[in-house]
Each structure stands twice: as C-alpha cells, then as structure tokens.
Design a protein around this ligand. Structure first.
Ligand code: ADP
Length: 445
C-alpha cells in the first residue's frame, strides 16, 4: 500500500527509519523491515533522520541530550545500575534495610567479594552451626554473563575467585519438571522511570537444564545452570527428554497450562513475579532524567518447590538470538509488541516537517502496512495495547497493585503516565506508600 500525503498528492511520505549499532540483533532488523520501516543509511541520510536507534551498549549522554521529538533510544542512562550483579545486590540490600526483609526476601542472600568476605564467613559459620550442615552457595563473576565462570560449592575451601564476584545462597530446592531444573525469563519494558511505567510481557521463556538435577554433582553445569548458551552444547540438548521434549525451552503459556493441570494457581505466581519486578525497579529509581527512551530488561526468576519465585538477576540486552522455533515465536512477537508500545505514527509528519534539508533525494518508497500498525492511536504517546500488561506503580490504588489485562485500563493508564516530558514526582510518594505495602502485597512465600 502506498501512503500519500494529505496536502500534496505528489509527495511520497517518508517511511519510519531504524538505526542499528554494530552487533544489534538481526531479529530487530527483520521485525522492523516486516513492519515497513527502512534502515538508516549514514551516507545518504541526515544524522537525525531516524526514528529508533537500537544498540547493545549504553548511548553516550550526548545522544540523550540531542534527542529529537520523533526519536527513541532503546536504553536509559545508567540502567546498568540494576543489571550488574553486584550493583543489584547492593541496591536490594539497601531496600531490605529500609523497608524490611519480608518485602525484599525474594532475592537470595548475597555477598560481594572480596569486600564482604568477613560478613560472608560470619553467615557461613552461623548457618553451619544452626542447620548442622553447610548450605549451598553459588559464586558468579559480576562482569560475566551466560553462565560463564560460575561455581557452586558447599564447603568454603572450594571457593576460589580471581575477580569481583557475588556469592549468593544457592536455591537447592528448585521446582523440577521430570527431574529437570528450570528458570523463567520474564521480559519487562520500562517506558519511563519518572513516573515509573512498567510493562511485563505475558509470554516468555522457560529455560531448562538438560541433565537431571543432582546435588551430589555440583560441577555438572548441565544439571545446575539453565542458560541456553550452556545447555545447547549439552549431549542431551537435541534428544527427547521425558516430560520436557527436545531442546531446553518452553513458552510461559505451556508452563502455565502445565501448572494448572496440577492445580497450581499460575495467576498468583504471575502476581508475585510482577511484585518482584516493581520492587526491584523501585530500588534503582530515580534514574537520571531522560526522555524518549525505553529499556527492555530480562528478569531471571527461579521458582522453588514451594512455588516461591526468586530473583536471580536482571539482564541488560536480554538475548534476542534465535536458537530454536520457540525463541522465534516469543522474541519476534515481543519485538513487534514493543514497537506497538512505542506507538509510532504510521505517517511520520513530525520528522518530515522538521527536516526539510535532508541529504538524500527521497526515494519513492512503497510503505507496507502490516496488520499490526496502529495509525489511529493518539499521536506521540506511548500506548500499551493488548498483549502487554501495564504495571503503573504510581497510578493504581492501592499502591503497588497491578492493572491486569484490560485494554481499556492499560490505555487509560498509559495516557496518564506517558508524557513527552515526564513530571518530576512519584518516587518519594511511592516510597511512602511502600511503608504500608506489606499488608497489600500477596505473601512471597
Ligand atoms: P549469568 O549472568 O552468568 O547467566 P545468572 O545469575 O543468570 O548468571 O546464573 C546463571 C544460572 O545459574 C541461572 O540461570 C540459574 O540456572 C543458576 N543460578 C544462578 N543463581 C542461582 C541461585 N541463587 N540459586 C540457584 N540457581 C542459580
């Protein structure tokens, strides 16, 4: 379908333009091309002639300062405050101190080494005396990801590290399906930190270990770590595993159906996970003010055998590679929904009018309208629709509850909360409300 400008039928409108930094995942390009966008061409186009810039690393502050009204960046300044393991541990510890460990007991006790060495020894000895046998611990380098450099131990003599690490209580009673450990990758998109506006994606990935869980073999990464980057090299990855199937992934939908068969309240579990998301993001709010950006986080959550969810870590740039068909289904749809959430208008008159002198002579472009586009929605607003659930910590009475499901409610909330220039409000008010939150939140146990 070709879009023709209202005023001048001879003018061909500019399609929306995406800009990818080196190493940006290929699926971003695919999804945006599927939606009729075109890729930014540095040689042909003016430096500001794009609508969405996606990169894997933080943007320089100059990019935030020079942002134009028609543009979006896929990172907030300093989002790394929540995604580096030691920073997250520090923030959560501070929140535990300020608001009580009951509210923040969803994160396993953690020590940053070598700084917390003495405290760790004290805890290790105390547990050993009170429980009678040592607990299990997991040691993770703070700079690494994808399961690299991880060590699980019971006896302190096995603890060895050569860089800054966190030593975290190992959840030794995970929920198992047919004997296999699993964790959940929950996708969370923050469209504003001030006011805090969070969307939790209802679909997600369940990631399995590919060998049966066994506490007598702590060094078997295929039994204890659920990272796909590790398990896809396991001997059992491709084989059919009873109760799990081939590969190492399920969708949330499949997992939730599985839970319902066994009479587990999956909705309650979902609510608890959403609470974890809100409380974690509150721990790093406010971030420095920045407009026209959003952040996609990957929350890794482990469920124990009592159906208590535990936050393991928060990922910056959650992996968007496609290792299997389940990845394709979940991640492709996720990205389409994120673009929907950003609510670009189909006709980008803003950029068109503000940039008369672009370098390139406009090419005649046929702009394909996918079934997903929403030209009728309010211009310039971020709008949450259908699939995403908007969690607006500031708007829903009582505080820290969730707006669930309803399209109407989500849209109304979003119109209220998402502004081009967010108000400075909220966090102090939220913190006040959090003092009373214990009575509001469902128990994490
Ligand atoms: P990375 O960034 O290297 O992936 P994670 O913190 O996500 O580090 O840990 C990798 C994997 O190790 C997780 O997916 C999970 O299977 C396991 N794991 C991590 N922390 C714990 C813990 N405290 N208890 C039990 N398992 C854990």
């Amino acid at each position: 379908m070709e879009i023709i400008a209202d005023g001048d039928a001879s003018e061909t409108l500019k399609p929306l333009v995406f800009r990818l930094h080196e190493n940006a995942p290929a699926i971003i390009r695919e999804v945006l091309l599927e939606r009729g966008w075109t890729e930014f061409d540095q040689k042909e186009q003016d430096d500001t002639d794009w609508n969405l810039y996606w990169r894997n690393s933080p943007f320089p502050m100059t990019d935030h300062h020079s942002i134009k009204p028609w543009q979006r960046l896929n990172h907030y300044p300093e989002a790394v405050r929540i995604t580096r393991k030691d920073y997250l541990a520090r923030h959560l510890k501070r929140m535990k101190g300020a608001y009580g460990s009951t509210l923040y007991e969803f994160s396993p006790v953690a020590f940053i080494m070598p700084n917390d060495y003495v405290k760790f020894i004290a805890e290790y000895s105390r547990e050993r005396q009170s429980v009678g046998r040592p607990s299990y611990w997991i040691c993770k380098p703070v700079h690494l990801s994808r399961g690299r450099g991880i060590l699980i131990f019971q006896d302190i003599k096995d603890l060895v590290y050569h860089c800054t690490v966190i030593v975290q209580k190992y959840i030794s009673n995970p929920l198992l399906i047919s004997g296999y450990k699993l964790d959940l990758r929950l996708y969370v998109c923050v469209t504003s930190f001030c006011p805090l506006t969070i969307y939790a994606y209802e679909e997600g990935l369940v990631r399995f270990a590919t060998e049966k869980f066994d506490l007598s073999s702590l060094d078997n990464v295929y039994a204890h770590l659920t990272n796909t980057s590790i398990n896809k090299y396991g001997a059992s990855y491709k084989t059919y595993k009873e109760g799990i199937g081939c590969g190492c992934k399920w969708t949330f939908s499949k997992f939730r159906s599985y839970l319902r068969i066994f009479g587990v309240d999956d909705m309650l579990l979902w609510q608890k996970m959403n609470n974890i998301v809100i409380l974690t993001l509150l721990a790093v709010t406010p971030l420095p003010e920045a407009s026209n950006c959003f952040e996609l986080f990957g929350f890794d959550i482990l469920i124990d055998d009592k159906f208590k969810p535990w936050l393991l870590e928060v990922n910056y740039n959650p992996a968007l590679c496609l290792d299997c068909s389940i990845d394709d289904t979940v991640k492709r749809k996720l990205l389409h929904d994120i673009v929907e959430l950003l609510n670009y208008k189909q006709v980008d008159t803003h950029r068109q009018n503000e940039m008369p002198g672009s370098k390139a002579v406009r090419r005649q472009v046929s702009w394909r309208r996918t079934g997903q586009s929403t030209p009728e929605e309010a211009p310039g607003l971020l709008s949450g629709r259908k699939v995403s659930t908007c969690i607006s910590a500031s708007q829903t009475p009582p505080a820290l509850q969730f707006a669930r499901g309803s399209v109407k409610k989500v849209s109304a909330l979003t119109r209220k909360t998402a502004r081009a220039h967010p108000r400075k409000t909220l966090t102090s008010e939220l913190r006040e409300k959090m003092k009373h939150a214990k009575s509001i939140l469902p128990s994490q146990n």
